[in-house]
Structures are given as structure tokens and as C-alpha cells.
Ligand binder design. Structure first.
Ligand code: HEM
Length: 409
């Protein structure tokens, strides 16, 4: 087995180390931020922008936080200063998952296994039309109902079905996986969620064995063949890679779809624009990605470094608060407003540097196809005033809990 400890660090308030300037200390818990009364996680997180750019929080074992777009990008790009060996906050809660928990050069070896399966050309050539059929089918099922809860009835399901096709898994097992996927995404009890993770892990382990004997053209075949590489060490490498690829592409895409639909349902003129001017859709995808970055991920400081008054010491943890990047008013004017004509300075939502999202082309394609099919197949939708209001949740990957929509057919 590997030598990475899974023991947990005490959660709660931690003493402030001597090297931290007291003026930079805040009490902020990214998993339970103050200000969630309106159910808007971005509004709650944005309170951090009222303080120092790189504060130290006493929560979750104590850690630095990069809150500004320019600093988030700097951390993501500077792997020689910040290691990915510690991704969870508090530390010690994430098993090794190649490539994300490794630094170059080890990172590059694992990453090379995945890259070919997620190349832009391959995604567009082999998967875009299959994904379109899946998304159009889901929309066709919803349309006559005149209402839906978008998260559980669409956004959690679509990425799972698309991934299922992409990795050539048997259709008769899909319903079981859909249930696991919904439970893993938090739709169910805590026991169901834990059981779903375990079930997926067992399933992927057996699948990797099958793919070694009966290879296909999918990413799980590529991962299983890592066993033939002279650098192969142990089974945790391939199971970790498979889990990362599977889970990395589920709640991220589901959340992104949920937040995108929230913004559209709030503003019918945006939906009309997509219907009238479908050429704007790729720009709309980038703008929605900018507005709704999702992941709050940790890094381990590798060597002492000072930035904006924050004296970081080797061994400290720093969190990149991606959700704050796209709503940083120093980077984007009127950052909370979605504007498809915004001349964007780019965004950090899919990461930067060596760990830039391997599934970026798949994720973008899924969002693009959803916007294309939704604006083609659905009437203008609005938030259902008779149902509970939309709400979102904080966490390592933020997301929506519910989004009730209604429409006239
Ligand atoms: C649009 C939705 C998505 C978003 C917002 C997103 C976001 C991100 C971000 C920010 C990172 C970098 C994390 C870091 O620097 O610590 C990342 C890495 C990663 N993502 Fe995504 N992702 C999305 C879709 C996907 C999909 C569809 C897949 C695969 C099926 C995927 C698989 C991965 C993997 C394997 C990594 C690790 C890459 C590495 O360490 O080299 N992601 N993603």
C-alpha cells in the first residue's frame, strides 16, 4: 500500500502559528460559511473579499486562503512552490488519486495515461453527437411535464449517462449506477452516500480487471494497462485514477449545469438570446464557467514564500477558493452579472498549470450541447414560485441542492 496517512486533523479552531501576521487572521470555514441564509454560497463566500487578499483562517486545522483571481492563478501555476500532495482541507482526508495528488514529474506520467482519451478532437468527433442524443432524450421526457426539479431530474443524470457511453459500460447496469450517482451526489441518506462510494469503488476495481483481459478503446482500458508500465507500483494507482476520472466528471458538470440553469431561469432574456443567436453559445459557456467556478482545493506550501504580506512557511496549507475567482471585482467589473457579451479576461474555473482539468473539453462540450438542445427544445422556463426557492451548498465542490422550474408548453 501507499504511505499517505488518512488520519484526520482535528477540525475546529486551531492556534495561530507565530509566523502569521495577526492582521491577516480570519474565522472562516469554507464548509460552513456565515451568510448562507439566502441559500447563495457565492454571496456567502464573497464576504472574504472584504478582508485581506490572502488571509489565514483558524478553521479546519488552520490554513491560508487565496481569494483573488490573480493569486489563485499564481498558486495553480506555481507547482514548485505549492505541492498537490495535500489536496484536502483539513489535511489527510484524501487518498492518493493520480494524477491530482502528485507533483511533476510523477504527475506527468499518470497524466499521460489520461490525456489521449480527453483530447478535444476525440471528444468532439466521438462523443458530441452521442451526448446530444442523451441530452435531447432527457429534455423530451421533461417537456410535457411543465415543471421539474432540474438538479435531480436532469443535471445529476446527464453527466452520468454521457460518461457511461464514453466508457462503454453495459446498459443493463446503468440504472444501478444512476442510483449510486444520485446517492453519491447527496440525494439520499448519509449511509446511502457512503455505500454508493464503496459500491462504485468495488465496481471500478472489477472493471479494471475485466478491461485488462478484454481491452476496449476507453479510458478505463488505458488506466488498467498502467499495470504493464515498468513504473507500476500497486493497485491503488489504477483504482485511484479510475475513481478520480469517474467522480471528477460527475458533480462538477452537474453543478455547472445547475448554476447555469439558475441564471437562465432568473433572466428569460438570456434564454431568448440563446434561441435567437445560437452562435453566442460557446461564449455563454465560458461566461457561465467564469461566474460559477466550483472547487475549493488545498495545496501544501513547499518552500517559504511571501506574497501580499502573507508569510507562508513550508508545511502550511493554502486553499485556492476557485468560486471567488470569477466573482473577484478587481478582475471583472460587475462580476455577479452574467453577460454573454463580456469581453472576458479568461477564468481560472478549470484550473491552470500542470493540473489544468483533464476533462475540460468534455465538460465544455456537455455544457454547450445542453444549452443548444435546451434552447432548441424547451420553451422559456422560470423559477417555480410555488416551490422551495433555489439553494446551493458550500464544500470542496460547491453545487445546487434544488432548482424547481416551471414553463408553459
Ligand atoms: C465543467 C466541469 C468541470 C470543472 C469546473 C472542473 C474543474 C477542475 C479543476 C479546477 C481542476 C484542477 C484542480 C486543481 O488544480 O487542484 C480539475 C482537474 C481535474 N479534472 Fe476537472 N472539472 C470539470 C470537468 C471534468 C470532467 C468532465 C472530468 C473527467 C471526466 C474531469 C476530471 C478531472 C481530473 C482527472 C483532474 C485532475 C487533473 C490533474 O491533476 O492533472 N473534470 N478539474
Amino acid at each position: 500500500m501507499n504511505d499517505v496517512s488518512l488520519s484526520s486533523t482535528p477540525v475546529g479552531t486551531a492556534p495561530v502559528p507565530d509566523h502569521v501576521d495577526p492582521a491577516l487572521v480570519v474565522d472562516f470555514d469554507y464548509r460552513e460559511p456565515a451568510g448562507m441564509e439566502d441559500g447563495d454560497v457565492y454571496a456567502a463566500y464573497s464576504r472574504l473579499h472584504e478582508g485581506p487578499d490572502i488571509p489565514w483562517t483558524i478553521r479546519n486545522g488552520g490554513h491560508w486562503i487565496a481569494t483573488r483571481a490573480e493569486d489563485i492563478k499564481w498558486v495553480q501555476e506555481s507547482h514548485e512552490l505549492f505541492s498537490n500532495k495535500e489536496k484536502s482541507v483539513p489535511a489527510g482526508q484524501m487518498p492518493p488519486m493520480p494524477p491530482i495528488t502528485f507533483d511533476p514529474p510523477d504527475h506527468s506520467r499518470y497524466r499521460a495515461v489520461l490525456n489521449p482519451y480527453f483530447a478535444k478532437g476525440r471528444i468532439e468527433r466521438d462523443y458530441a453527437e452521442k451526448s446530444r442524443a442523451i441530452i435531447a432524450g432527457l429534455i423530451e421526457g421533461l417537456k410535457p411535464k411543465r415543471e421539474c426539479e432540474f438538479i435531480s431530474e436532469f443535471s445529476v443524470i446527464a453527466p452520468l449517462m454521457i460518461f457511461w457511453d464514453l466508457v462503454n459500460l453495459p446498459y443493463d447496469e446503468r440504472d444501478q449506477f444512476l442510483t449510486w450517482g444520485q446517492h453519491a451526489a447527496g440525494y439520499g441518506t448519509d449511509e446511502q452516500r457512503i455505500a454508493a462510494f464503496k459500491a462504485v469503488q468495488d465496481y471500478l476495481g472489477k472493471l479494471l480487471d475485466r478491461r485488462l483481459d478484454e481491452p476496449g478503446d476507453d479510458v478505463f482500458t488505458g488506466i488498467s494497462q498502467w499495470r504493464n508500465n515498468p513504473r507500476y507500483q500497486d493497485r491503488w494507482e489504477i483504482v485511484g485514477m479510475a475513481e478520480l476520472v469517474f467522480f471528477g466528471g460527475q458533480d462538477t458538470v452537474a453543478s455547472q449545469m445547475g448554476f447555469a440553469m439558475l441564471r437562465l431561469a432568473e433572466r428569460p432574456e438570456l434564454q431568448q438570446r440563446l434561441k435567437d443567436d445560437p452562435d453566442i453559445i460557446p461564449a455563454a459557456v465560458e461566461e457561465l464557467l467564469r461566474r460559477h467556478a466550483l472547487s475549493c482545493t488545498g495545496r501544501l506550501v513547499r518552500q517559504d514564500v511571501t506574497r501580499k504580506g502573507a508569510s507562508m512557511k513550508a508545511g502550511d496549507l493554502i486553499m485556492t477558493m476557485n468560486p471567488l475567482s470569477g466573482i473577484d471585482p478587481k478582475e471583472y467589473p460587475d462580476p455577479f452579472t452574467v453577460d454573454f457579451d463580456r469581453v472576458s479576461a479568461g477564468h481560472n474555473s478549470l484550473g491552470n498549470g500542470p493540473h489544468k482539468c483533464v476533462g475540460q473539453h468534455l465538460g465544455r462540450m456537455e455544457l454547450r450541447v445542453m444549452l443548444e438542445e435546451w434552447s432548441r427544445g424547451m420553451p422559456i422556463v422560470r423559477i417555480d414560485p410555488d416551490k422551495p426557492a433555489p439553494s446551493s451548498h458550500p464544500g470542496p465542490v460547491i453545487g445546487m441542492d434544488q432548482l424547481h422550474l416551471t414553463w408553459d408548453t
